[in-house]
Design a protein around this ligand. Sequence first.
Ligand code: URA
Length: 311
Amino acid sequence: MREHLEAVVDALRRLRAEGSTHVFVSDDTLERLRTTFAPRGGAMAIEAETEAEQFVEPASFSPVPASTPARRPTAGSSSTAALRWDGQPIAKLPAPLEIKLPKGSKMEQMNWLRDRVLNCEVCNAHLRPGRKLVFGVGTPEAEIFFCGEGPGADEEQQGEPFVGPAGQLLTKIIQAMGLSRDKVYIGNVMKWRPEMPTEWGNREPTPEEVAFSLPFLRAQLDIVKPKVIVALGNTAVIALLGLDPETKMKDYRGKWHEFNGVPLMFTYHPSYLLRNTALSVKRQVWENMLLVMEKVGLPINEKQRGYFLKG
Ligand code: URA
C-alpha cells in the first residue's frame, strides 16, 4: 500500500517540477483512491469539493519537506521508482549498445533497426509480461520528427507510440498542422515503459535508462534525417541536447535549438496540455508548431494562424 501512496506522491512531485500548480482529479479517480487508501473506511485525506471538478495543489498533497528537490525521481531515489511490477528491484543496465546502420534505403535501415530493437534482450527484460516494446511510427521520409519520453500503459499494450490520451492530443495537433501521423515520424527516448510496481501511473526514466535507449533514438534520427525535431517535454529535450536535468526548462521552451545540425523545437508534452487546459498554454504550443510549419515550408492559412487566440 505504501508503494502505491509513494507512486502518487512521486507523480505529484513530478507535476510540480514541470510547473503544474493544479491537478484535475475526476470523481472516478477519487473513488479509486478512496478504495485504495481507505479500504476499511478509514479517514480520507482526499475529499471532493464538487461533483464534477476537483483541483488539488500538488504541493499541499505531498508529505515531502519543501526543501527536498522536486525533480526527477531516479531508481533508488524512491522505493517506487526502484521496483518492478513484481516488487523486485529493477535490473541494472549494461553500457549502451553501439549501433552501426547497414547500407540501404531509409526503409531498409528502419526495418533493420526496428528488428534490432524488438529483439533487444535488455529491452525485453525490462518489459512487463505480455506488454510490447514501442519502436516508432510514421514515414522514414518525414520532415518532422516528434520525440516524446517513452511509452505509457496504452502504448506498451499496443506497441505504438502516442496512442493514449496524450497521443490522441498529439494526433490532433499534427492534424491541425495539416498533416497526419503517417506523414511525420513519431518516436520516444525510451522503447520500453519505465518499470513501475503499479499498472497505472508513469515515472520518468532514470539517466541510465535514457543513456541505454538513446542510441536507438539517435539511429532513428540518423535514418529519417528530418528537417525539424520537435522535442515533447523535458525528458526528450534533456536527452537530445544533453542538458543538466536541473536546467530551467522555461528558458529553453519555444526556442530553436540544434541536434546534430537539425533544428530542434522544444515544446510542452501533450500530457501537460491535458492537465493544464488554459487557452494560453494551448496557444504557446500552437505558436511553437507555427514556427515548425514555417521552418519546413508548410502552408499556413489565416484560420490556422488564429487558433487559440481569444475571440
Ligand atoms: N508519452 C510519451 O512521451 N510517449 C508516448 O508514446 C506516450 C505518452
